[in-house]
Design a binder for this molecule. Sequence first.
Ligand code: SAH
Ligand code: SF4
Ligand code: F3S
Length: 477
Amino acid sequence: MDNKNIYRARKITEEEIKRQADCTAKVRERILSERDGGARRACCVVTYGCQQNEADGERIAGMARDMGYTITYTPEDAELIIVNTCAVRDHAEKKALSVTGGYKHLKVKNPDLKIGVCGCMVSQEKMSEKLKKSYPYVDFVFGTESIWRFPEILCRNLFTEKRGFYENTGDEVISEEMPVERKSSFSAWVSIMYGCNNFCTYCIVPYVRGRERSRRPEDIIKEVEQLVDDGYKEITLLGQNVNSYGKEYGVDFADLLSDICKIDGDYVLRFMTSHPKDVSDKLIDVIAQNPKIERHFHLPVQSGSDRMLKAMNRHYDTEKYLAAVNKIREKVPDISLSTDIIVGFPGESEEDFEATLDILRKVKYDMIFSFIYSKRDGTPAARSTEQVPDDVKTARFLRMLKVQEPIADERAARYKGQVVRVLCEGRSKNNEAMFTGRDSGMKIVLFEGDESMTGRFVDVKITEARAFGMTGVVVNK
Ligand code: SAH
Ligand code: SF4
Ligand code: F3S
C-alpha cells in the first residue's frame, strides 16, 4: 500500500494525559467538598446530531462522572449542562441555539449553574463568536478537537470564573484515554474512526470534524471485548465512512469486522455509515459469512441523477451504485437496505428529481432518510447560484415520501408471519402499553412484554408489517 498520502493523527502526549488527570482530581475534590446536604452535583449532557455525536456525548459524561458529578438526563436537575451540538442542517443549529437559550432561565434560578457548548456547530468560528457575543450566560465553548481536554476546560472555568472559548485549530488527536458513561446497558456505540475526507459539496462535516483518522484495530477490539464481557448485546461501529477505515495500518474495514466477529459471545454488530464508492466485494463477503453482523446495510445514495452525484462530489454514478446494491442483495438476500437522500441540491431540475424517484423504485429500500437541502456556509454548494426555491424543495420532498411509502410497505410485507429476533429496548415511548426493539434489519417492532425483556433478545412472530414498523407476539418467553 502507498502510505505517502496517509494522514496520521497526533497521539496525545503523556504530559497532556497527566494534565487532564490532574484537572480531573482538582475538580473532583471541589465538587465532592461542595456536597449540599449529601447530594452530589449533577451533570447533564444534551446531545443533538448523529450517533458519532452521541458517542462523544457519552465520553463527556464519562469525564464529568470522573470529576465527581452524578449524571442526569434532566437539565433542570443539573448544575453543569453541556450542549453537544450538530451543524449538518440549518434546523440542527437553530435547535441547538434555542435549547441553549432556554437554559438562561435555569441560570437565573441557580447562579452556580455552568453551561458549556461543544460539538460540530461551535467548531465553526462564526458560531463560537456568536455564542461569545450574544449568549453571555454560556460559560465555555469547545470544538470537536478539544473533547479530550474537557477536564482542563471545566477546571479553568471553575477556578478562574473566566469564560473560555476553544476553537478547532487543526490539532487532531486520537485519545484512547477518555472514560465513558454509556446511556444504555445493552447497546453501545464504538467509534472506529473520526473525521471525513470526502468533501461532498453540500456537507459541513469535513470542516467541523477534521481529517479522517482511524483508531488502532487492537484498541477497538479491546473495547468491544470489554463491552461483550460487560453484557452488551448490540455494538454499533461508527465512522463517517467506515469503508475507508484503517489506511494508516494497512488494514481495511472488512478485516476489522471479521476480527471483531471472532470475539465469542451473544451479541450482534452493526456499522454505519458506508460510502457507496468504497463498498468492496471483500466487505460484502465478510457480512455474508458472519451471522453476528446484522442484516442491515445503510448505503446513502443522496441522488438518483448522475449529474447531481457529480456536482455533489460523490465519486460514483447510479450504475456503480446499483451494481453495489445488486451484489449485496445477491450475497445477502435477506438484507434490509436503507439510504439518505437530499432533495433540492442546487441545480436539481425536475428531470434530476425524477431520476431520484426512479432509483427509489429500482432499489426498493426498506427505509429512507430524506432531507431538504440546507445551505451550509463555507461549502461549495452554498456558493452555487442555482439554489432551488424553498417551495419547490418542499413539494419534491413530499412527492418523494408518497413514492416511497408503498415501496416500504411492500418491503415490510415480507416479514408477515415470520419470526424475527429483536433486541428489546424497553417500553415504547409512543405506545406505553407495548414494548419495542429492532430486528436484524433495523425495523421497529412492537410487542406485548414485560420489564424483564429489556436488554434481551426475544423472538417475535410478526402479525402486522407496515412501512413504519411491525407488530408481533413474543414466542419464546
Ligand atoms: N457520513 C455519512 C453521513 C453524513 S450526514 C454519509 O456520508 O453518508 C447524514 C446525512 O445528512 C447525509 O447522508 C446527507 O443525506 C444529509 N446531509 C448532509 N449535509 C446536508 C445538507 N447540507 N443539507 C441536507 N442534508 C444534508
Ligand atoms: Fe459529509 Fe460526504 Fe463525509 Fe458523509 S462522506 S460526512 S456526506 S462529506
Ligand atoms: Fe451533525 Fe456533526 Fe454528526 S454535524 S451529523 S453531529 S458529525
